[in-house]
Each structure stands twice: as C-alpha cells, then as structure tokens.
Design a protein around this ligand. Structure first.
Ligand SMILES: [Zn+2]
Length: 137
C-alpha cells in the first residue's frame, strides 16, 4: 500500500473568526484565501459591491465582484471569509498572519498552486466555507 497523497489541512480559523459585517464597505478590495503557492497563501481578489444576505449561514453577507469570474463574476460571501487588501487593516493583517501560521506548515509541497478545498460555490453563486456547509439546509 502506498501512503495517501498529502492533503491540505482543514481551515479551522476562518469559521471561528469574529468580524462584523460593518467592517467592510462597498468599494473595498478583499481577498478570499483559497490555497497556497510557494509558501504563501493565495486567493481570489474581489471588490465589495453591496450588502447581500448569505443564505448558507443565514447571516448578513456581502456581494463581491470577481473581475476574472466570467459567468460567475458576482458571488456572495460571509464577512469572516474576507480579508482587506487595498489598505493596511490591523484586523485583517493579523488574521492573515494567523491563517498563514496555521495552514502553511501543513500544506503539501508543490511547484503549483495548491487548492486548499476550503470553499464551495453553490449554483446560486454563494461562497460557502466547508465548515459552514453543515449549517445549510
Ligand atoms: Zn479589514
């Protein structure tokens, strides 16, 4: 028997993150961390558009625009998935650092981007953290 290929660690930090809906405003640039590339966490960079109900968690979320999203340019995300990129934000920077420390040492080695498998996109373009999937009907 061969050992199973190394798998990305579960992201236990995002589901436990405390951040208010008001922490974000339309026009903000944010990133949602999807994986890692050469020792750094990487993700999808998007722009905050408008408040939007996040049905999977039944909580207030944000509608985001992904410039490279094609047919799925608009997604709805929960605030705790989002990290500011356009300005120095102590809260988001601290969270990004914790996330890096928790996940990077356990990411499989690769010369390519490793998808962490932490998010799922529904057919209604709602972005859901895998830890939040159990909450949806
Ligand atoms: Zn922030």
């Amino acid at each position: 028997m061969f050992p199973p290929p190394p798998r990305p660690p579960a992201d236990a930090l995002t589901p436990a993150r405390l951040v208010t809906h008001e922490h974000f405003t339309p026009g903000d640039h944010v990133v949602i961390i999807k994986g890692a590339f050469r020792g750094e966490l990487v993700g999808q960079e998007m722009t905050v558009v408008a408040p939007s109900w996040h049905t999977p968690t039944d909580e207030a979320g944000w509608r985001l625009r992904n410039p490279r999203g094609g047919e799925h340019s608009y997604v709805t995300a929960h605030p705790r998935y989002m990290i500011h990129t356009d300005r120095y934000c102590p809260d988001c920077t601290g969270f990004f650092r914790s996330l890096s420390q928790a996940l990077l040492p356990r990411m499989p080695e690769s010369q390519q981007t490793v998808d962490g498998g932490w998010y799922y996109q529904t057919t209604l373009d709602q972005l859901v953290h895998t830890a939040d999937l159990g909450n949806s009907r």
